[in-house]
Design a protein around this ligand. Sequence first.
Ligand SMILES: Nc1ncnc2c1ncn2[C@@H]1O[C@H](COP(=O)(O)OP(=O)(O)OP(=O)(O)O)[C@@H](O)[C@H]1O
Ligand SMILES: [Mg+2]
Length: 324
Amino acid sequence: MTDQGKINREGAKPASLFERADATFGLGPVRAPVVPPVPPVPETLRRTAAPPPQPPAPPPVAQVAAPQTAEVPAPEAPKAVAFCGPFAAIDREHLRDGGLIVPEDAVTGLLEEFRIVKRELLADARAGGSAIARRILVCSPHPGEGKTYCATNLAIALAAERGLEVLLVDADVVKPSVTQRLGIEAEMGLMDALADPEILPESLVVKTDIDGLFVLPAGTATALDAEYLASARTGAVLDRLTQGAPDRIVIFDTPPALAASPAAELAQHVGQALLVVRADETSRAALEDAQQLLSACGDIKLLLNAARYSPSGRRFGSYGTKGK
Ligand SMILES: Nc1ncnc2c1ncn2[C@@H]1O[C@H](COP(=O)(O)OP(=O)(O)OP(=O)(O)O)[C@@H](O)[C@H]1O
Ligand SMILES: [Mg+2]
């Protein structure tokens, strides 16, 4: 593996929401609303206006019963659903062979690198305060740039946080590989829950023997996968899996943005998108095209993966934020 390295934030500070809105809509700076002036009260009226006659005071009453008012019950906050799918043990040797983080092993440079990445994602997820802010899409422009590698390592690193539940969703319905990467077997998953409203998505979530790590496999592929992902059911399923669970983070592994539509569809349902790029392979044009396709997500972060050269020996060259 590599030496422990620090991942730098690079690039310009993203414009504020106001500045972005101004750039998009040309509204100019936000001004205080114009309030029409109140006409002054004429002097004569002010002097002559006497207080209106008061009705005689009622006799003192020893005790007055408070009037009975019907109490309107506050709307109940949605409760988190418990994941109740099958259990799967993860072979640690299999993780090691795949170059993935092994929770029980000594701290490695790889773990340190993903710890740094997760800190930032977690801080933004918590700052967002909503269920959508806690959903993170992992994507890249092209195949083979390390989406599954980064999504899986990130999920394992996040699961080590005390009290956090991490749901790794294999949304690469084109070429699913999360279960194979983790060495577990599961047939049904996301696409089954999207295709059949009778299926409860939480019943398909696999609980693993890595504390806090859960997996929703891609499930059964059909010719209509793109249509299912674009349907309103996707939002309903994701809401069900995340609502009422402030300590639950969802990581989506997706197909390449420039080759298939799922990443662009899912970008509408997440608070952050991690765009994985290969230092030596991904072109700027491809990066910009992918960024455009994910633009439904307002917070796109770049993760430079597998940089071949670095004086410090670090694996990830830089880590930056790209505004919408
Ligand atoms: N930083 C890295 N260090 C070592 N190996 C890596 C790194 N990033 C990716 N790999 C390896 O490169 C290969 C491709 O990575 P991965 O499967 O994660 O890419 P992907 O973007 O998910 O590909 P696809 O688009 O086909 O799903 C895998 O064998 C993975 O283990
Ligand atoms: Mg992949």
